[in-house]
Design a protein around this ligand. Structure first.
Ligand code: ADP
Ligand code: ZN
Length: 737
């Protein structure tokens, strides 16, 4: 057939001889790029595919079907494979785009958080599993009938398991499969948390609990976006109440996500979940082993897994049909991811709920100021659980002025607290001493010349750990032995420990009560979820009399025999210029105090402080959270600080201090000027040197109505960051180190 002139022209003018699709890959790229579709492949947005990238292959996600890159088609590469997998739902893709825009991150970097178990896309390499297939003949020989009965529960089983459970041969299973009576498919571990018990809770709720549960159930079942704060003191039954919202979402056929801070620490939480739902939740956090991640990721994406309990990263799983998010301990700072994509999981959870048209439930005994202001402005619903379950009373809080009644020289426990520890021990009850400092002493110096041990890569003192007889940097992990002689003046045995860490407090307690069994609960001693489980059980079983703990003790644990809490240094978190120092200290110490007297016995709490008049300490003593928040809100409003204004941070770092400062000055000069936006800095960061890099910060402050992202985009488009330097944008910064 002769080619006409015009068809030749078309062939030349329309280079897309093959169809294209834009594929997003999980690398720090700002957008999806064009790939060619092989002739026999058809894709839709959300499909998981495999594409070449540089010299490698990578999984990616089809983002749009129209290719738009102006690129020589000869240079385009083919999509190599389409995975036989549920496409990523559109709402999830919208969510990833939203997060990328808001946090000013590369879309590909955000996708990476969702492709967090790439192996899950590959078919599993295991034996077949069998299920019943189609109609069975009326009459079956006994051996076959046994197999049919066994498999009638719908759970696929491998041949070895069927043979064992039904007492038959593997050959019989194969012959039934060949006859079409059994269906074979590749076996893999079943998705976790599939069948959950949705019967009503076995608890008898109090009137307040019941009405909160009813309200939550209604919001969870409404099929539309809402945000609600569930506010209630520790032990008031918030968890049991929000479980009812979870049950409702699952009843509606949707999935639920419970976000928790520091998930691995919550063995008690998991036991409660199992008691309520008759099965364990699907867990998602950094320590979940790869094989389990794969199974969970698949179960979530296919919609089989109904409830996920996870750390902030669980928000980025590609749920088939998410219908509820609970953010427990919504005030917790660990919801903010401080590296990579800097996002706040609580805030992004609300965005996800809005996009998905469902309810987000924030839960706390000490809600953040942001959340409380949103409640007051009527943006969030509000539910309160006023009393502790079964009438357990809130502890008595005593303020111990370290000026008026100081500990004796070289000690850190004041006489009042000493007495309380002795009494508690004599009564056969448990005490908790709280100090948010690992190790023995935060600073070691030479008594002769004043030399201090400092980290070579960070602006930080080295912390002595007697346990490992080493000095350690808590920022980068640097370790060194304690030398015999001072590196500066060569004097021997001249070192003095300054200040207390938990190890030193333990030593002091052992001197005070030699018969008491003491125990340190800190993240460097207790390093795995199993160890935490064990430690919590030992405390419950009263194997320890006095627990000395850092902040990992503050959360969620319920110890009925613990009646006395001592806070060694209530002022510790108040120094430094952090915007939320007061709020965070209040939250932490309130939680620590809440560990006392959760059983029938009355608890008591001692707060050691040099600042008994400080507003945080007074609010703690009066147990007046709302007054504290009101004062805090007034001050922030006056200063135009969040939640009444907006903040963004720029953190610039690099190994060469001069080049860094030069660059920062240039960046500062390029800042566009507007009346209602203030740019502060560059200034050395409080951690001015970290892991071998010098650090400078800018703080950008603006009114609520201003889009800092637009401003920063305008500014940063004029800036070229040299390769040795790193510039990070932190929208809504939570930490200012
Ligand atoms: P919160 O989440 O507010 O700290 P929890 O839900 O953890 O409170 O409840 C504290 C303890 O009281 C848990 O052991 C819980 O099982 C128990 N509890 C709460 N409400 C009831 C109830 N109505 N009946 C029996 N036990 C309850
Ligand atoms: Zn260091």
């Amino acid at each position: 057939m002769a080619m006409t002139q015009s068809s030749l022209l078309i062939a030349e003018d329309a280079p897309e001889s093959g169809k294209r699709a834009q594929v997003l890959v999980p690398y720090p790229l700002s957008r999806a790029y064009d790939y060619l579709l092989p002739g026999d492949m058809s894709v839709q947005p959300g499909d998981y595919v495999r594409v070449p990238l540089g010299k490698r292959d990578t999984p990616g996600v089809v983002w749009t079907l129209e290719g738009k890159d102006k690129i020589d088609p000869a240079k385009l590469k083919n999509i190599q494979q389409k995975y036989a997998f549920e496409p990523m739902p559109q709402v999830h893709r919208q969510f990833l785009e939203w997060v990328a825009r808001y946090t000013m991150s590369d879309l590909g970097a955000v996708l990476k958080m969702s492709l967090s178990a790439p192996e899950a896309l590959q078919p599993p390499k295991t034996a077949n599993a069998y299920t019943l297939a189609g109609a069975m003949p009326e009459k079956l020989p006994a051996a076959r009938r046994k197999i049919v009965e066994l498999l009638s529960d719908g759970v696929p089983r491998r041949a070895v398991d069927i043979a064992r459970e039904a007492g038959c041969s593997a050959a019989l299973i194969r012959s039934m499969a060949a006859a079409g009576q059994l269906a074979a498919r590749p076996a893999s571990s079943p998705a976790p948390c599939r069948d959950i018990n949705l019967d009503d809770t076995s608890l008898t709720f109090s009137k307040d609990q019941q009405s909160a549960a009813d309200a939550l159930r209604k919001l969870a079942g409404a099929g539309k976006f809402s945000t609600v704060l569930l506010d209630g003191v520790t032990g008031s039954g918030k968890t049991e109440v929000y479980f009812e919202a979870v049950a409702e979402a699952v009843r509606q056929g949707r999935q639920a996500l419970i976000l928790l801070p520091e998930i691995s620490l919550s063995a008690q939480f998991l036991e409660r979940f199992e008691r309520r739902f008759g099965t364990a939740p699907a867990l998602w956090h950094s320590e979940v082993p790869a094989a389990q991640r794969r199974v969970t990721w698949t179960g979530v994406a296919e919609g089989k897994t109904k409830v996920v309990v996870g750390a902030r990263s669980a928000l980025f799983l590609p749920y088939a049909d998410l219908g509820l998010i609970i953010v427990d301990e919504e005030h917790d700072a660990s919801f903010k991811q401080e590296e990579g994509v800097m996002y706040h999981a609580r805030d992004m959870a609300i965005v996800r709920a809005r996009l998905g048209g469902f309810a987000a439930v924030l839960v706390s005994a000490t809600p953040s100021l942001e959340t409380m202001v949103n409640v007051q402005q009527g943006k969030y619903h509000y539910l309160q659980l006023p009393a502790r379950h079964a009438g357990a009373k809130l502890p008595d809080i005593h303020i111990v002025s370290l000026k008026l009644a100081p500990p004796s020289r070289g000690k850190f426990i004041s006489p009042l607290l000493e007495k309380a520890l002795q009494e508690t021990f004599a009564a056969g009850e448990q005490s908790l001493l709280f100090l948010n400092r690992r190790g023995y002493a935060p600073l070691t110096l030479c008594r002769t010349c004043g030399f201090r041990f400092q980290c070579p890569s960070c602006s930080a003192w080295l912390v002595e750990h007697k346990r490992f007889s080493r000095l350690q940097c808590h920022h980068c992990g640097f370790l060194q032995n304690v030398p015999r002689a001072c590196p500066s003046c060569n004097d021997e045995d001249s070192f003095a420990a300054c200040g207390p860490g938990v190890e030193r407090i333990q030593e002091e307690v052992q001197g005070l009560l030699p018969d008491a069994r003491t125990f340190i609960l800190a993240s460097d001693v207790i390093t795995s979820p199993n160890m935490i489980r064990g430690a919590v059980r030992d405390i419950e079983d009263r194997k320890h009399d006095i627990i000395i703990g850092t902040q990992i003790i503050a959360k969620g644990h319920h110890f009925p025999s613990l009646t006395c809490v001592g806070v060694i240094d209530a002022d510790l978190g108040l120094s430094g210029g952090d915007l939320r120092a007061g709020e965070r200290t209040f939250q932490l110490l309130h939680q620590v105090a809440g560990r006392a007297g959760r059983g029938e016995k009355m608890g008591r709490v001692y707060l050691q402080t040099y600042m008994p008049e400080q507003s945080v300490i007074r609010a703690l003593a009066k147990n007046n959270r709302d007054e504290f928040l009101a004062v805090e809100a007034r001050e922030r409003e006056k200063a135009g600080m969040p939640p009444f204004g907006r903040l963004a941070g720029l953190i610039v770092s690099g190994p060469d201090e001069m080049k860094l400062d030069q660059f920062c000055r240039a960046v500062a000069q390029k800042a566009p000027r507007y009346d209602d936006i203030r740019v502060l800095g560059p200034a050395p960061a409080p951690m001015a040197y970290l892991r071998g890099r010098h650090r400078r910060r800018f703080l950008i402050k603006a009114g609520k109505e201003i889009s800092l992202q637009k401003y920063l985009a305008e500014w940063l488009s004029t800036v070229k960051v040299p390769s040795a330097l790193l510039l990070k944008v932190d929208i809504d910064p939570q930490s200012f180190f």
